[in-house]
Design a protein around this ligand. Structure first.
Ligand code: MEV
Length: 383
């Protein structure tokens, strides 16, 4: 059960004092404090040719209420204003009953490029009678995935990138896995099966980062009056936030920066949970290429509330993450992350929150005064 997320004031404390304050506030046990303060030199970094590991700050953002559950959100970011903004606006959204988030469908695609001198339709015709049996046989090799609700779902042929080439699209439910390794394996296994019954041969098989299925989505509301800031009324701030959202939809120069405000939060969460953030970036680019507006967070005024929504594909997973060992056992408990769907919901909710933090600052004190203070405190000359 995640704890109440209200943290004691961190003020000018050092990192260890902050952990002690979390313990004193009942958010960490004494044993968890010991583990976080002196992590055992257990995990070898999974990278190649690792010569040293870099110290990266992990921050905790309080005040989040997502799907009715209080959470403390772990964030890894070098941008000082991000965590403060997230915590501040999470507090505002609490007053509007918090954030509601729904994970995506957890479907991921894979592809097999097949060389065959005939028409792709012939491959489809030959595969059709075997298809269900083939899917069943391949799934039997992945019992843990089946137990987590996952497995290979569909196979469909289409024309390839030139004569003599066809593409077989695979779609699988990835359960709690991020899915790239899984789809690579499924593509190989399907290729091996097909090689026995079809003419031609597989050129290669690989995961696809083009999202399939519904993306993760967060919605939130905040009383307009609560948005007052830096001498501007809540109504003025809310109206200008709505204008900035329309600006992002219409202006391709503004659009990526509007999105970047949300990604500051999303990627800080992904880093804290050691995710493949390049896969998330690749699927985001793919979605945005097809429909630039599909991944833009938006806010609109409805009577005395400001309503926001944000949707993006989040191919994340927890199967490679040691959620049963520190630090992730502790971070997972604080943030309420048990399943991959929890992590999707957390990341998209923090993204929406972060976007509002940026927009509210932009239309009130301005980014230089708002964020510059924190950067100056850290001794950084520039943003
Ligand atoms: C800075 O990292 C992010 C912002 O530029 C986002 C925005 O302009 O909406 C403040």
């Amino acid at each position: 059960m995640p704890p109440n997320s209200r943290l004691p004031g961190f003020g000018k404390m050092g990192p260890f004092q902050r952990l002690e304050a979390l313990r004193d506030g009942g958010l960490l046990t004494a044993e968890e404090l010991r583990l976080l303060a002196s992590p055992e030199p257990t995990a070898q970094s999974p990278g190649e040719n690792v010569c040293l590991t870099l110290p990266v700050g992990l921050s905790l953002a309080p005040n989040f209420r997502i799907n009715g559950v209080d959470r403390v959100v772990p964030m890894v970011t070098e941008e000082a204003s991000v965590v403060a903004g997230a915590a501040r606006v999470a507090g505002l959204l609490r007053a509007g009953a918090g954030i509601e988030a729904v994970a995506g469908e957890r479907l991921l695609g894979g592809q097999i490029l097949w060389r065959w001198e005939g028409a792709w339709g012939d491959l489809a015709r030959l595969t059709e009678p075997l298809r269900e049996q083939l899917i069943h046989r391949v799934n039997l090799r992945h019992t843990a995935l089946l137990q987590a609700g996952g497995g290979l779902r569909t196979l469909s042929w289409r024309a390839g990138p030139g004569p003599g080439l066809a593409v077989l699209d695979l779609v699988a439910h990835t359960g709690d896995a991020m899915g790239a390794h899984l789809l690579d394996r499924l593509a190989q296994e399907v290729s091996d099966e097909l090689a026995q019954v079809l003419p031609g041969r597989a050129v290669t098989g690989i995961v696809s980062n083009r999202p399939v299925g519904r993306a993760a989505r967060a919605v939130a509301r905040v009383p307009v009056a609560d948005l007052a800031r830096a001498g501007r009324s809540g109504a003025e701030v809310a109206a200008d936030v709505e204008v900035l959202c329309r600006w992002a939809v219409q202006d391709e120069f503004r659009r990526p920066t509007h999105l970047k405000g949300a990604l500051n939060g999303v990627f800080a969460v992904l880093r804290a949970f050691a995710q493949d953030d390049r896969a998330v970036a690749a699927s985001l680019v793919s979605t945005a290429q097809a429909d630039p507006g599909a991944v833009l967070p938006r806010w609109r005024v409805e009577e005395d509330l400001l309503l926001g929504e944000f949707s993006m594909p989040l191919p994340v997973g927890i199967t490679g993450l040691a959620l049963d060992r520190p630090p992730w056992s502790i971070l997972g408990r604080l943030a309420g992350v048990v399943r991959a769907t929890d992590l999707e919901e957390l990341a998209v909710a923090v993204g929406l929150t972060q976007n509002l933090a940026a927009l509210q600052t932009l239309v009130s004190e301005g980014i230089v005064r708002g964020h510059g203070v924190l950067h100056a405190r850290r001794g950084r000359g520039q943003c």
